[in-house]
Design a protein. Sequence first.
Length: 139
Amino acid sequence: MQYLYCISDIKPLDFFLRSIFLEKIVLTYAIVLFAFAAVGGLILASKVLSGKLASWAISILHALLGASGLILLGVVAIQGTESSRVTAGLALLVVAALGGFYLASYHIREKIAPKSVVIIHAGVAVLGFLTVLTVLLGI
């Protein structure tokens, strides 16, 4: 049995299909991270919308999950074999992340963030999430 393969033994179509399969896996992980970040975001938003200061632990976890998802999504976008919707979803989620930094600036000052900014942040994030999800589901 031969276990070593030469690069010329790999057919271009096999390599392309394997690459697409791996990108779908990375995209799935990104979606899962964003979904968990969204749960934390709902908890944070419910606190802020009720006029209370949100928990630091949940806030940091929300940020770390979102940032991890952005990194994975960036890797898929850089590969370039997926739809341009991945790039559009990435752009929306980066805008949402920038809004998150703005909201965190209120949190650092121990002030309650403006409710309108919280709603806009959540809305842009949901649009980005759904855009990426349509790519994964093939819609």
